[in-house]
Write a protein that binds this ligand. Structure first.
Ligand code: PDD
Length: 289
C-alpha cells in the first residue's frame, strides 16, 4: 500500500491509521468494498464504481455516509496524495464498532477506510501465454452481486486454483458458469462473445461492462447468456476480466488447451481496444467526473 490513507474523515499515513478491534468489519466481515483503478492520475469509471457501491450498501442495509461528489473528491485527493500515475484504490465501509452482537447496532457510525497501492502493469508473460484456470463448484452465498468484504469462499476457491498450478477458479453453480473467484468470465463460441447475465450469483463487474461496451462499439457479436461447463470446455477463447487484471486470456482449462492453446484473435482485438480506452482516459479524452 502507498503511504497516505483516508480513515473516517482524515488523510493520514497508513502506519498511523487504526481501527478499534470491535469493528464489525474485523469481527463479522460486516461491510462492503470497491476496487477502483487510477490511470495517469485519473479515476477509472468512478461513477459506475460509486453506483455499484450504493447497490452494495443497499444490499446490506447500510446508509451511504457520503454523496458521490464527496466520494469523488476524496478519491481524487487520495490518488493525488499518493503521487498520481497508476494506482489501485481500495475503499471499504463497515457497520462500525460496537459490542459484538449479530443484530445491527443502533447509532453507530460506519467505518470508512480508503487506501491505495501501486497498480502494476499486467505481466507480459500472462498476456503472451495466457493463464490457467480450473473449474470449481461455486460454494458462495446467494448475494454475490453485493461486493461484500466477507470473502472467505472466494479466498478458498482462489487458493485451490493456485494449489493446482492455475491462476483462477471459474465457478459453476447448478450447472451454470457464474464468474471467477475474483473476476468475470467471457467465452467466445462460433465467433460470438458470451458472458453470463447479471443477477444475484455474480458481481456486476465494471470491467465486464466496459468490455461489452467496447465490443458493441466495434460491432462484434456478443450475447449475455447462461452457459454450462461443457460449452466453457469447448470454447474457442476464454477471458477473465477485473479492475486489477483488465482482460486476461485463459489458455488452459482443467489441464486442457483452450482453443489452439494460445490467446485468441478476438481477445487480442479486445485487449487493444481496452488499452486504447485507457490511453484516451489518460489523455483526458474520456468523460469522467
Ligand atoms: N475483484 N467478480 C468478483 C467476485 C470479483 O471479486 C471481481 C473483482 C470481479 C470483477 O469486477 P471489476 O471488473 O469491477 O473489478 C468480478 C476485485 C478486483 C478485488 O476483489 O480485488
Amino acid at each position: 500500500m502507498s503511504d497516505i490513507v483516508f480513515l473516517n474523515g482524515r488523510f493520514l499515513p497508513q502506519d498511523q491509521a487504526f481501527v478499534p478491534v470491535m469493528d464489525r468489519g474485523f469481527v463479522f466481515g460486516d461491510g462492503v468494498y470497491e476496487v477502483i483503478p487510477v490511470y495517469g492520475g485519473r479515476l477509472f469509471r468512478v461513477d459506475e464504481h460509486l453506483q455499484r457501491l450504493q447497490h452494495s450498501l443497499d444490499g446490506i442495509r447500510l446508509a451511504n455516509p457520503m454523496s458521490n461528489a464527496e466520494w469523488t473528491e476524496i478519491l481524487q485527493r487520495l490518488a493525488q496524495a499518493n503521487g498520481g500515475g497508476e494506482q489501485s484504490i481500495y475503499l471499504q465501509i463497515t457497520r462500525g464498532h460496537a459490542p459484538r452482537d449479530h443484530a445491527f447496532p443502533l447509532d453507530t457510525e460506519p467505518t470508512v477506510f480508503i487506501a491505495s497501492s501501486p497498480l502494476k502493469p499486467v505481466a507480459s508473460e500472462l498476456l503472451h501465454d495466457g493463464v490457467a484456470a480450473i473449474t470449481l463448484d461455486d460454494i458462495r452465498w446467494k448475494y454475490c452481486h453485493i461486493k461484500a468484504i466477507a470473502l472467505l469462499p472466494n479466498i478458498l476457491l482462489r487458493q485451490q486454483a493456485i494449489d493446482a498450478g492455475a491462476q483462477e477458479a471459474i465457478l459453476v453453480r447448478d450447472g451454470v458458469v457464474t464468474e471467477g473467484a475474483a473476476s468475470n468470465v467471457f467465452i467466445v463460441t462460433d465467433g460470438v462473445i458470451k458472458t453470463p447475465p447479471k443477477g444475484p450469483f455474480l458481481l456486476p463487474g465494471i470491467t465486464r461492462d466496459l468490455v461489452l461496451e467496447l465490443a458493441a462499439a466495434q460491432g462484434l457479436a456478443q450475447q449475455e447468456c447462461e452457459f454450462g461447463p461443457e460449452e466453457l470446455q469447448r470454447a474457442e477463447e476464454i477471458w477473465l476480466s477485473s479492475s486489477t487484471k483488465e482482460l486476461l486470456p485463459v489458455t488452459r482449462l482443467d489441464d486442457q488447451a483452450v482453443g489452439a492453446g494460445r490467446p485468441g484473435p478476438i481477445w487480442r482485438q479486445m485487449h487493444r481496444l481496452y488499452q486504447n480506452y485507457k490511453r484516451a482516459l489518460i489523455a483526458g479524452a474520456v468523460e469522467t467526473t
